[in-house]
Design a protein. Structure first.
Length: 116
């Protein structure tokens, strides 16, 4: 069983920055696709950013140029650096680990609130 734990959420003013981190247990991390998703109240969960085992990245249009996803396979972690935050970025952010077997694991989520 893979455990996925996010950290780094909090309250930040518009224009500020936050760095989210996600740690996953288990083996084969380097072969997994990793993603950050978010869900705002009353809305569906949406993809924010993803990074493949080959370090190819893709981003939602709404965060391009502001957010950066990165991975450290030696530590089984994936991070999301969020800059120039906007109130509309407020949501619960989830980490998703998709193993090479196809199995999917989610973290419990971390709250990000952007407000003055």
């Amino acid at each position: 069983q893979v455990q996925v734990v996010e950290s780094g959420g909090g309250l930040v003013q518009p224009g500020g920055s936050l760095r989210l981190s996600c740690a996953a247990s288990g083996s084969g991390f380097s072969l997994a696709t990793l993603g950050w998703y978010r869900q705002a109240p009353g809305k569906e969960r949406e993809l924010v950013a993803a990074i493949s085992s080959g370090a190819r990245t893709n981003y939602a249009d709404s965060v391009k140029g502001r957010f950066t996803i990165s991975r450290d396979n030696s530590k089984n972690t994936v991070a999301l650096q969020m800059n120039s935050l906007k109130p509309e970025d407020t949501a619960v952010y989830f980490c998703k680990v998709t193993r090479f077997t196809g199995s999917v694991y989610w973290g419990q989520g971390t709250q990000v609130t952007v407000s003055s």
